[in-house]
Every structure is written in C-alpha cells, then in structure tokens.
Design a protein around this ligand. Structure first.
Ligand code: GAL
Length: 800
C-alpha cells in the first residue's frame, strides 16, 4: 500500500492519524484506535504483507460485526440457535505512523470474536481464541521510525460453527486502543483499588500497583483521589512494597458511598516517578461501597438489606448485532431501570468494558461471568477446545480488567457446566477459584448450577465456591437451608418464560410448557405466524412463569436475589420454534426494546412508582371470551369496566401478581381503575382501534454526537384517527434520510422476521417499529418514514 497508488481516502486517513500518536509528551497516551480500518470478508495469506494494496477494501470504523450485515438463512452453519447469520473469515487492516521511538507501544483489543491473529508490519504477534476477553500486544519492536507508515493486520476466524448456543457476532466488535508508555510503567490493568474499611464517616482506600520497570532507579508513587466534581480530596506518596508490587493507602473522609440509587464515582490518578523523573500516569475510576451475602438474610449493600433484582443479558444489541454501541447499551439499561431492575448477569461471558462503566455510572450490580463451558463441550467447535490451554489467561484477564468496577459484586466461573456431573468438576472448580482468588479476594465466586442434589454436584463438592448459584429448580428453594446447611445462595438464572409482544392466545389460565420435554418436536402445535402468547403462561419445560418464579424468590429471605432469563430478547436460541424463528422469545422486553406485558408485573413489584397496566388490546371478534389482566401496585383493588359497565372489583392474592376477568368481547372501551381506601389511584383505557390512519413518531436522543457514535431511536406507532394503537398493523416502512446520516438498524421485535435488520426498510410488527439513526457529521437530519397506504411521517435530528 505504501508503494502503491494511494487513493484520496487512504491518504486522508493517514494524515488524520499522524498527529494522534506521539504528539504530546505525557508519560502515557491512550489513543482511540477505532476509526479508519479497511475490511474484507475472505481470506488470503497476502493480507498480512505490509505492501499489500487493500484500497479496494471497505472502509469502516470499529466496533464492527460482519455477521449482522448478512442475510438470515437456515443453512448458515451457526443454525438458528446461533442466529441463522453467516460466520466466516474476515480481515481488518489499518495504517498509522508514530514518533514514539524508545517508548512502548501496545495495541489493546477489548474483544474480537473469535480466533483472532494479529500482525504488525508483517510480523506475527499472536492469536487469541476466546471471543469475549480483552488482550493486548506490544508493537514497539517492529514499528517503523517516526513518520514512516506502519500496518496492522488482523485476521478473524469465526468459520468453524456451531461454536455457541446463541448469536456471537463476528469481527472486532469492541473497542481498540493504542497505548503508549515509557519502559517503566504500570502494567496492563496494573492498579487494583479496594476499599477494605468503609463507614459513613470515613473510608480506607488501598491500591496495589503492578509495575514493569526498566533500570534500577528508585520508584515513587503519588496517588490522588478526586471526587465526582474533579476536586482533589486525598493524596498519598507513602508506599510499601512486597514481592515486586507496590502498596498505598489513603483515607477519604465523609465518603459518598456507591449504591444503586446513588452511583457515586471517584477517580484515582497515580503518578509514577523513577529517580524523580515522571515516568507514568495511570487513572482508574472506582466506588466506595461494601456488601455482604448472608446465609439467612440474603444480600446487603452498605449495611442495608437489598434483594438483588436482576436479569440475564446476552451481549448483542439486537439489530446492531454484537458491535458495541454505548447509546444502545444505555437505552437497554434505562428500560431495565424503569422496570425496577438493579442487577445484570453478563450471560455467559465477560461484557464490553464500556458496559461495565455504564453499570458503575447508572447503579447496576453485576455478576461477571467467564464461561458457558469448561473442558466438556456444548457445541462441536466451542471454547471447550481452547479451555485447557487458555482458561487461565482468559479468566485472569476478566478479573484484572473488571476488578475496579464497584458494580461488579460476583465472579461467576461458569454457567451450567457439564463437569458438575462428574468428578473432574472438583479439580477444575478448585483450579478456577484459585485463579480468581490469587487476584481478587473481595468478591464471592460462584458457578451457576442446575444439579440440586449436593451429593451429585461435583462443582459444589469441590468446597471452593463462596455462594451457590441456582439455575431454575425453584422447588428446591423451600428446603435449600436443610439440604445445603450454612450455604449462601442466589438464583443465578430462572424463568425462561416465552412470549411475543402483543400476541394473545385464549384462554390464559393454564400453563403451557413448550417444548414440554426434550423429546418434543416443536414444529407441532405452533401458531402459523410463529407467535407465542404473552399472558405469562408459556415457558420452556425447564422454566416456570414469571409470577410463580418471583413469588418463590420473594418469599425466602435467604434467596439473596435472582436473574431472570432474560431481560431483552437476543439473537439466536429461538425456542420454541424452528427457522424462520431466529431470535429469542425469552425476553421481558423484545429485541427492539418494546416491553412485553409482564414487564409491568415486575414494575409493579420492583418499583414504588404507581403502576396500573391493562391488557390485551381491544380488537376481537364480537362475543369472543377475552382474558383481561391488570398488573397494579399502591392500591387495594382494581375495577374493570366494559363500555361503562362495571365487571366488579378484584384484589391480588399473595402468590399471584395480577387480577383477571374473562370478558365477552364487545367493541368500544375497556377501562381499569385502581383504588386505595376507595379512592381512585390510577385509571387506564384501551379502545377498539379503527382503521390505520397515520404513523406517530417518538424519538429518544434527538441530539446525537457523531464522534461518539451516538444513535437516535425512533419509535413508530401505527394509530387510528383517535390515536389508538392499531394492534395488528404490519406495513412495510422505508426510511429516507436527508443530511449526513444513515440507518444503523431497524427492528420490530418479531423473532421470526427474516428481513435484514440493517436495511433502511422494515415491517411494522403489532403496531410498532424501531429505527436507529446514526449521524455521520454535524448538521441536521430530516428522517422520513414512508409507509404503505399512509402519509409519510417526518422528524428532525440534530447531529453534533
Ligand atoms: C439456560 C441457559 C441459558 C439459556 C436458557 C434458555 O439453561 O443457561 O443460556 O439457554 O437456558 O432457557
């Protein structure tokens, strides 16, 4: 490429990079390395060569996932369990210059799925099989002198499939950074902050520095703590050292404790001096908090009892695939917070580092999980192949990268691991727990288990776990303390309820297990449109209803909390249907971010804000019996009216969190009113919708920052003349954008819609559609949604 004819775009890219590296003389530079990569889907050994001309390749910015750009197809080797999208082999290249002679230059990847291999200027740096852990390579030795062009090439191989039970995505789907340091510097993730003593008056903050040093000079450390406003509040230079590590302790008076309602963050900046020369500066965000798991009393945070109200989340962001996007992740967390969620289980692998930053900032507790399998496989080509050689590095990297996050309160070493059923589980568990404890002893270690007989569970038998994570098996909660005396417990996963947003089959008051057993063929007995009823009465045979599950967790204080499977629908695992189903039905929220009805059951139980949710829609056949349900709180009873006639008041019982009426349908108005002490609290009306009349748009993020890759989220609702949602609307919508912007993804939450999620057109599903819009450069975007048979709808977005 250097010798070849340079295109204008490559030239511009180079020029723009030159000032980035080596300009300022601060001891440590952290450079965003996401922009300006070239990419090709395919494989050729010539791609490593620095002189290779890649000008025909596509230019893109990271994070990037090529699988989501493909077409859904049942013949892709990932199969529909893996999202029915293509894998394959792809290459990325990027050119840059530095003037960092004599310094250390590293390239840091937060996650590449999977089997990545990296070259700098044709020199092989190494491979990293696991797709979910962060890693880095040192480039310095092979870099060209200042001003000359360097080429980094990355090969990503996700061709061997199936390798996962869910959608993984393919490519450099998380951040890449270039880090420049002196030869003496704090190591990768080398400062570890803990808060060994905390009360409301003061906190002791300890920090351990792991340093790589060059030469013998005396090392000095000055660590300063800043509050959230950036005000310096504490500083230390006294340092002790032991076994090559350096230790400092600071006091913070009147600390602001980190909690879910007050996620207060401090910053520590450590300056390192060698023979009085300033050689490094390392900064970390941290929180001051303490927590405890108790055998009888469950969980407490900062001395206060708190039930952990969590959901399991896979890493994909729906229509964006696995490519991390902060505004999409923030939107998911906001929707979960509104529901009352206070904890996330990162199922079943380490998440993007930036997602943990968001959890710190927004006040979510986190179970950070390393693996879905150990040496025994769940899929032919999965991580079990790499586990023997790589597990230590992968686990260490997760713990080191994530240990300063106040949000992280549990390390999980595995999900439903096969080794729980044989004696190898004992040794592997001990080995993994030791790897964790050698780095961090401030958090409990668990493994998410399904075997509830202590005699038969070898992972439990290891005696190495601090807490038992129980997946499903809610019937075992009752006698848990008898069967596992003195053991702490959390419901690490449960429910696996199934639902399509806005779809209702009558009647609703019997439980359907679907599939009903492992022998069940799921093509039978399905709905022709691949829907599942959303009355919270359908679950996979290993699961239960949301209500039943929550009651079992709620009633026992020693159950310190739960993680419902799942918060959002995700790509892959489309139980109970075969293809064209290609994403899950498990979510409390659909993949587009639209809540299913049971969301409001949780909201009524997990928040204190007044809730009255009434469903289903009110468009049925005259005379048909329709089950009408409400979720409510802050009230003693709810009254239902059909066209003004009262059908009586009802009150919830302890074990169920709804009330229901079976109503012969008549078109018109359905109304629910909640009362406390006979005084009205809330009322809700649903009217029979007339003909489609227009699209109603609402926008989250009307102002977006193009540099930060922010997205605007446009929700379109098909409404009738009076503004009632038309519950079966399914028109095709085409998006047109005037201005420098494009469609990042579109989704309607239908798990069996095999139209691409990346096109600028998509169907409405049950009245709703999401469009995610990205700005390319500052300016205005005029976004128009053109819909069959209705007037176009327009909204304006400002790009900064
Ligand atoms: C669990 C498993 C999850 C998911 C879920 C679906 O057993 O841990 O990853 O597969 O079942 O019901």
């Amino acid at each position: 490429m250097i010798k070849g004819i340079m295109t204008v775009r490559h030239f511009l890219m180079l020029i723009s990079l030159i000032p980035l590296v080596g300009m300022a003389q601060s001891p440590r530079q952290i450079i965003d390395f996401n922009k300006g990569w070239s990419f090709i889907l395919g494989d050729d050994s010539n791609y490593v060569k620095p002189g290779f001309d890649s000008k025909e390749w596509r230019m893109l910015d990271l994070p990037h996932d090529w699988s989501i750009e493909g077409r859904f197809d049942s013949t892709h080797p990932a199969r529909n369990a893996g999202g029915a999208l293509p894998g394959g082999i792809g290459w990325y290249r990027k050119t840059f210059t530095t003037n960092s002679t004599g310094r250390k230059v590293y390239i840091e990847f937060d996650g590449v799925h999977r089997n990545s291999e990296v070259w700098i200027n044709g020199h092989y740096l190494g491979k990293w099989p696991y797709g979910y852990t962060a890693f880095r390579y040192e480039l310095s030795r092979w870099l060209k002198p200042a001003g000359q062009i360097n080429t980094v090439a990355v090969r990503v191989d996700n061709s061997q499939q199936p390798n996962s039970r869910w959608y993984t995505g393919s490519g450099i789907y998380r951040d890449v950074k270039l880090v420049v340091t002196n030869k003496t510097a704090i190591k990768h993730w080398g400062s570890f902050i803990t808060t060994p003593q905390v009360n409301s008056q003061s906190a002791i903050v300890s920090v351990e520095h792991d340093v790589q040093r060059d030469g013998k000079g005396v090392l000095k450390f000055i660590s300063t703590v800043y509050d959230a406003q950036g005000k310096k509040i504490s500083e230390v230079n006294a340092t002790t050292s032991k076994n090559g590590k350096y230790y400092q302790t600071l006091a913070v008076n009147q600390p602001q404790l980190w909690s879910i309602s007050h996620p207060y963050l401090y910053k520590m900046v450590t300056k390192v001096f060698q023979d009085n020369k300033w050689v490094d500066e390392y900064s970390s965000t941290f929180g001051i908090r303490y927590f405890n798991f108790d055998v009888d009393n469950g969980f407490s945070l900062n001395g206060q009892y708190l039930k952990i109200l969590g959901v399991c989340q896979h890493h994909d962001l729906g229509a964006l695939g696995a490519a991390y996007n902060e505004s999409a992740a923030r939107r998911q967390l906001k929707i979960l917070r509104e529901m009352g969620v206070n904890a996330i289980r990162m199922a079943h692998n380490p998440p993007a580092a930036r997602l943990l930053d968001l959890c710190d900032e927004m006040g979510f507790l986190v179970m950070d999980e390393s693996f879905d399998m150990w040496a025994k496989k769940k899929n032919k080509f999965d991580y079990s192949i790499d586990f023997p050689e790589w597990h230590q590095r992968d686990l260490e990297h997760m713990i080191k990268r994530d240990r300063n996050h106040p949000s992280v309160i549990i390390w999980s070493i595995g999900n439903e691991i096969r080794e729980q059923f044989d004696s190898t589980g004992i040794t592997i568990t001990r080995d993994l727990v030791k790897i964790v404890k050698d780095i961090d002893t401030t958090r409990p270690v668990l493994s998410a288990l399904t075997e509830t007989d202590p005699e038969k569970n070898y992972i439990y038998q290891s005696g190495a776990l601090d807490i038992i994570g129980l997946n499903y098996k809610i019937d075992s909660y009752k006698d848990f303390q008898k069967n596992f005396p003195g053991v702490k417990v959390i419901a690490s996963e449960n429910v696996s309820g199934l639902a399509s947003r806005g779809h209702y089959d009558m009647p609703s008051d019997s439980l359907r297990l679907w599939p009903s057993s492992s022998k069940f063929k799921y093509v039978e007995n399905g709905n022709p449109d691949f829907t599942v009823s959303a009355y919270d009465n359908v679950a996979a045979y290993w699961g239960v209803t949301h209500e039943n599950n929550w009651w079992q967790v709620k009633r026992y204080k020693y159950m310190s909390g739960l993680f419902v499977w799942s918060g959002f629908d995700f790509l892959g695992e489309p139980v109970p249907y075969p293809y064209p189903a290609r994403s899950s039905y498990y979510g409390i929220i659909d993949m587009a971010g639209f809540p299913k009805d049971v969301y409001y059951m949780y909201q009524s139980e997990w928040t204190t804000k007044p809730v009255l949710h009434l469903y289903p829609h009110w468009n049925w056949k005259e005379g048909q019996l329709v089950d009408v349900k409400t979720y409510y709180n802050n009230a003693d009873e709810v009254e239902l009216f059909v066209n003004g006639k009262s059908l009586g008041r009802k009150t919830k019982i302890d074990t169920a969190f709804h009330v229901m009426w079976r109503v012969p349908y008549e078109a018109g108005e359905l109304k629910a009113v909640s009362y406390k002490n006979n005084k009205q609290v809330l009322s809700k009306i649903i009217k029979t919708a007339g003909a489609d009349y227009r699209l109603e748009l609402s926008v989250e993020n009307k102002i977006i920052n193009s540099k930060k890759n922010e997205l605007a989220f446009i929700t379109a609702r098909v409404v009738d003349k009076e503004g009632n949602l038309v519950p079966d609307a399914d028109q095709l919508v085409k998006v047109n954008i005037e201005g420098a912007g494009n469609v990042a993804g579109m989704d309607n939450g239908n798990p069996a819609d095999v139209n691409s999620l990346k096109d600028a057109q998509h169907h409405i599903y049950k009245g709703l559609l999401l469009s995610m819009i990205k700005g390319v450069k500052p300016g205005q975007l005029k976004v128009t949604l053109n819909v069959e048979g209705l007037p176009p709808a327009t909204t304006l977005i400002t790009v900064k």
